[in-house]
Each structure stands twice: as structure tokens, then as C-alpha cells.
Design a protein around this ligand. Structure first.
Ligand code: PRP
Ligand code: URA
Length: 210
């Protein structure tokens, strides 16, 4: 089956991703680019939000306008690296509630180990936008989607900067209803579970813990 992933080919997205891939990129620049890229990817990921008609009082009388309908948003950063994308997404949806999920990938087993979970209420009425720069084996994203679905969330989308085919296949298989929006679908994972060519360790680069 073909992989289900939306790769955003906008020139600004691809240019910023190219700058992020530089080996010598500074922490400051990596952080700024991550936020900028997150903003552009969130713009694409929210393109299909439903609108409804309203009549407002404009300067010259009543005006027919469109506003976002129904479901409220929750943004779900996966700790740590997802925090680097948070401000960029909130620039577009400043009133979104934030559900934080803490997962650390065990470097030996590559399995995600949960250490924090603070989700907002009424998840059944919300669209959840999961943010994490890296989709590698897919274990962390699948665990986060499992967590959200256990709490009743049925409308979930994932925004990542770089995805590996291995991770996309796993998410597609376990959660075919969850769209993935990315800046790039890269080649493969290396023997340590790192994306090639990828970005290296995104969390370390965002937090300066290299
Ligand atoms: C990284 C990344 C993802 C995960 C991807 O986080 O930010 O959350 O690995 O790998 P996977 O698809 O194989 O699960 P990591 O666990 O290294 O933690 P960090 O964000 O604290 O650096
Ligand atoms: N986590 C990262 O930060 N980078 C990878 O390439 C894989 C997992």
C-alpha cells in the first residue's frame, strides 16, 4: 500500500528545512528555524478546518463573514523536542489548549517510555494536533495517538518536520485515520534508529544538550 503522508513542498518550507540540515547550525538558529517551520506546517495542516457563516457588524453595517466552526483545538507537543514547535503553532492558533505528553525513546530498544501526561478535558470534542520534529520508528507517535484515543479523541493530525518511511508505515498501519503532515519524507533509519539524512537529534539541538 502507498504511504499516506502529506509532504509540504512550499519553497519556504524546503528552504528552512535545508538550513536546519546544516551540520554546524547553532542552537539559536535551529530553534528559530524549527518555530518558523512549525508555523508554515501548521498553516497547511489547518487548511481543511471547517468554516461557518456569521453576520457581524462591520464599519458600513452587517457583513457576511466566515469563522472556524465547531471543534476547538488542542496542540499536543511530545516532550522534549515537540516544545520547539509549540510557539510557531500557537502563533496561528493562540487560543488552543495544550496537552503535553512526555515520552523518551529508549536508545537501546528504541521503544518510547512514557514519563508525563497532562491532557486537556473534552478531548472527544477537539481536534488534536500532535507536534514532534521527528517521526523515526513511529513508536512515539503511535503511543501518543493511543493515549489520545483512550481519552476519547477521534480527530487527530500529526505535524512533523522530518519523517522516515518506517515510521510513516507504522502510523499508517496502526492509525490509518490520522493524517501526517511533514516537511520531508527522508530515506531510511540507520542502525541506531536515526533518520538519514535527517537532522540528527532534534531535542538535543533545540535544547542545546549536545
Ligand atoms: C525523539 C523525537 C521523537 C522520537 C522519534 O525524541 O523528538 O519524539 O524521538 O522517534 P520514534 O519515532 O522512533 O519514536 P526523544 O525520545 O529522543 O526525546 P527528546 O525529545 O527528549 O530528545
Ligand atoms: N529522534 C531524533 O531526534 N532524531 C532522529 O533521527 C530519530 C529520533
Amino acid at each position: 500500500m502507498p504511504m499516506q503522508i502529506q509532504v509540504v513542498d512550499h519553497p519556504l518550507v524546503q528552504h528552512k528545512l535545508a538550513l536546519l540540515r546544516e551540520a554546524e547550525v547553532s542552537t539559536n538558529k535551529f530553534r528559530l528555524l524549527t518555530a518558523e517551520l512549525a508555523r508554515l506546517l501548521a498553516y497547511e495542516a489547518t487548511r481543511d478546518l471547517l468554516l461557518e457563516d456569521h453576520v457581524i457588524q462591520g464599519w458600513c453595517g452587517p457583513v457576511n463573514v466566515k469563522k472556524i466552526k465547531g471543534k476547538k483545538l488542542t496542540v499536543v507537543p511530545i516532550l522534549r523536542a515537540g516544545i520547539g514547535m509549540l510557539d510557531g503553532v500557537l502563533d496561528l492558533v493562540p487560543s488552543a489548549k495544550i496537552s503535553v505528553v512526555g515520552l523518551a525513546r529508549n536508545e537501546e530498544t528504541l521503544q518510547p517510555e512514557p514519563y508525563f501526561e497532562k491532557l486537556v478535558g473534552n478531548l472527544e470534542d477537539r481536534l488534536a494536533l500532535i507536534i514532534d520534529p521527528m517521526l523515526a520508528t513511529g513508536g512515539s507517535l503511535v503511543a501518543t495517538i493511543d493515549m489520545l484515543k483512550r481519552k476519547g479523541c477521534t480527530d487527530i493530525k500529526a505535524i512533523v518536520m522530518v519523517a522516515a518511511p518506517e515510521g510513516v508505515r507504522l502510523v499508517n498501519e496502526k492509525h490509518p485515520d490520522v493524517p501526517i503532515v511533514a516537511a520531508s519524507l527522508d530515506s531510511h533509519l540507520n542502525e541506531h534508529g536515526y533518520i538519514i539524512p535527517g537532522l540528527g537529534d532534534a531535542g538535543d539541538k533545540i535544547f542545546g544538550t549536545i
